[in-house]
Design a binder for this molecule. Structure first.
Ligand SMILES: Cc1cc2nc3c(=O)[nH]c(=O)nc-3n(C[C@H](O)[C@H](O)[C@H](O)COP(=O)(O)O)c2cc1C
Length: 204
């Protein structure tokens, strides 16, 4: 089983990246899956979507194909998303526009949102409302909101609040275990053919 982690912050050395790397280590060290792949939106590696994607523009193809292969080979996803102005960052919304060939379709995703204070609920709601229609990603009902992120999951224990740090070091593996079971279960849905994108390419 392969689980890919998408870190949705545009910032270099973001807290979302810190959380994403913790998640990748947890997946690997606890044997929750066999393989992981981490994709960072730090530094905006993907330009804004434009219509030439539909015309198989060579620059776009060269940019997207390696990512498309990694996503298509994945059985599940963790979407790590900071709250920016109460929203999902534009780069992550842009990312979700790119995958219309079934790379994400009928595969489970765990939402993990990140806030330096008490935020984090708005991007959960936004992702659940609007980031799955055509790509057919399945957000699972479990999610994680990492509040006061600077005080948890740091390699330097001195920087951690012991109580909240312990909580997230228990809660995140639990949520990843739930994601794993959805990943196993949804293979059946994809293999059934009932959800073929050849019939209705786009969601309603
Ligand atoms: C442009 C911008 C807007 C932000 N807006 C919010 C916000 O609305 N709510 C919130 O809880 N934190 C907000 N923050 C702070 C982030 O929660 C904080 O930077 C945290 O580390 C997660 O973002 P990061 O992964 O980019 O580091 C904002 C940060 C930036 C850079």
């Amino acid at each position: 089983m392969k689980i890919s982690i998408i870190s949705g912050s545009h910032r270099i050395n973001s807290q979302s990246e810190k959380v994403s790397r913790y998640i990748q280590r947890t997946l690997e060290e606890q044997g929750i899956c066999d393989e992981t792949w981490l994709y960072l939106l730090a530094g905006n590696p993907l330009p804004l979507w434009d219509e030439s994607i539909w015309e198989s523009d060579p620059d776009w193809m060269a940019r997207l194909e390696p990512i498309s292969e990694q996503l298509a080979a994945s059985d599940g996803f963790v979407i790590v998303c900071p709250e920016w102005h109460g929203q999902v960052p534009a780069g992550l919304k842009n990312f979700f526009l790119m995958w219309g060939k079934g790379e994400l379709a009928h595969k489970p995703a765990l939402i993990v949102t990140v806030s330096s204070a008490d935020g984090g609920a708005y991007p959960v709601a936004e992702l659940r409302m609007s980031s799955y229609k055509n790509n057919r990603l399945c957000f699972i009902p479990e999610h994680v909101i990492v509040r006061h992120v600077e005080s948890v999951l740091n390699a330097d224990e001195e920087k951690n609040n012991p109580d909240t740090d312990r909580y997230f070091r228990e809660r995140i593996p639990y949520a990843l275990g739930v994601l794993r079971e959805y990943a196993l279960a949804l293979v059946r849905v994809r293999e059934s053919g009932a959800a073929s994108l050849q019939v209705f390419k786009n969601g309603m």
